[in-house]
Design a protein around this ligand. Structure first.
Ligand SMILES: [Zn+2]
Length: 326
């Protein structure tokens, strides 16, 4: 079976050459995370994730949308390192359209490390590299936007074994040494998105909760240096996952990283039945983020336009609510 991310890189070439996405004045990406396929097979699961929920979400994504260029799933595809193959076969099947398959990339979460410290399942079925830089453009077509897929580490909740932050540090140096990253940085018209499993310390999570489900302080230092090195003006936004019980409200100053960069948090791709929200439909949701450019004839200088949280009814696979969060 071809690896999901390598196959998606080829599909992306076809996708960006379609008329609507060659030089789009508006285009969109869908982000989700934490499908946790197979987690309900545990003896005493803390959360009842069900494959049915993930399938319903994929069916709702696979609707007619000319602006959609790609989908990113930001980690925790399976559970304890296994079920990754299952995740991939479900995803490939449900991303099929009549004439193409929607490009779909999956990153590394802490659950990929649990019971599989060398990420053998992830590397076998998803990608041989646990970090990547996905360029949505080629030499002729596609918006000049790149998505950095950053592995924040595992297997613990903070991604930092004993608080060392070594995994994110080696992720960052691997990315910086890649030809794709160097090409992106060199061309200043290219805007950057970072997708990462564990959230950084944006103001809303300072001390709330104090110690878990966000980067440990060493990891945070590495990440902050990385972002400052790229330049906050070049980063359109950051997308994170991992905090399953948390539903993010409208983006305000408490969700800006380094006072400038919007941070989105979507972790309801499975999902956990213990979500802390009075609106039960938000339990099964994903984000659709739209970007636009002022110059319709150009492929560069894109801006963040809108972000929506789309809530899915898992019985009908339909979006039942669209919340504008940015
Ligand atoms: Zn996680």
């Amino acid at each position: 079976m071809a690896k999901l991310n390598s196959e998606s890189k080829n599909e992306l070439k076809t996708r960006r050459a379609t008329a609507a996405l060659r030089k789009p004045s508006v285009f969109s990406i869908i982000f989700l995370g934490d499908a946790h396929v197979g987690m309900d097979q545990r003896l005493n699961p803390t959360c009842k994730y069900r494959i049915k929920n993930y399938k319903a979400i994929l069916k709702s994504i696979n609707s007619n949308d000319n602006t959609l260029i790609s989908v990113f799933h930001g980690g925790d595809e399976g559970d304890k390192g296994v079920y990754v193959q299952n995740f991939v076969s479900i995803t490939k099947k449900l991303m099929n359209r009549k004439h193409y398959r929607i490009p779909y990339f999956a990153g590394v979460g802490n659950h990929e490390y649990q019971g599989d410290p060398s990420l053998s399942e992830y590397k076998k079925y998803i990608s041989s590299s646990d970090n990547d830089v996905i360029r949505l453009y080629g030499s002729n077509y596609g918006p000049k936007v790149a998505v950095i897929m950053l592995n924040t580490g595992g297997p613990s909740d903070s991604g930092c074994k004993n608080g060392s932050g070594t995994i994110i540090a080696s992720s960052i140096s691997e990315i910086k040494n890649s030809a794709a990253y160097k090409a992106v940085i060199k061309d200043k018209t290219v805007k950057i998105i970072i997708d990462m499993h564990i959230p950084p310390r944006m103001p809303v999570f300072r001390g709330n909760p104090p110690t878990h489900h966000r980067l440990c302080s060493n990891a945070e230092t590495h990440f902050k240096n990385f972002v400052n090195g790229i330049g906050t003006n070049r980063i359109l936004f950051i997308v994170t996952h991992h905090k399953h019980g948390y539903i993010q409200p409208k983006i305000n100053s408490r969700y800006l990283y380094l006072d400038k960069i919007p941070v989105f948090l979507t972790a309801q791709g499975g999902n956990c039945d213990k979500v802390l929200s009075s609106d039960k439909r938000s339990k099964y949701s994903y984000y659709k983020i739209e970007m636009s450019t002022n110059t319709a004839s150009s492929r560069d200088n894109y801006k963040l336009k809108n972000a929506y949280r789309l809530d899915v009814d898992v019985n009908t696979s339909k979006v039942v609510k669209a919340i504008t969060i940015y």
